[in-house]
Design a protein around this ligand. Sequence first.
Ligand SMILES: [Zn+2]
Length: 85
Amino acid sequence: MTNYSSCTSCGQTVLKGAMRCSQCGRLQKTPEEQAALLKKIQEPKKFSINIVKLIKILVMFGAAWIIYANYSNLIQEYIDRLFSN
Ligand SMILES: [Zn+2]
């Protein structure tokens, strides 16, 4: 997979995904492709995925904390019983 392609007009090496050739300025993408690219850039999808991940992590930490609290109570009870006998 290469990150470069050739200009459709002058053959200059241009970055893949570039809108214009740096040599002749010719558009490297059709208006449809450009619109799709802009839409992709502007989509706030990544942000919402991160929020969902963050909530999942918080829930996992909450569950882990509850389990830890319950176990420490059991351990404490066991220790108390050992010392009372
Ligand atoms: Zn060119």
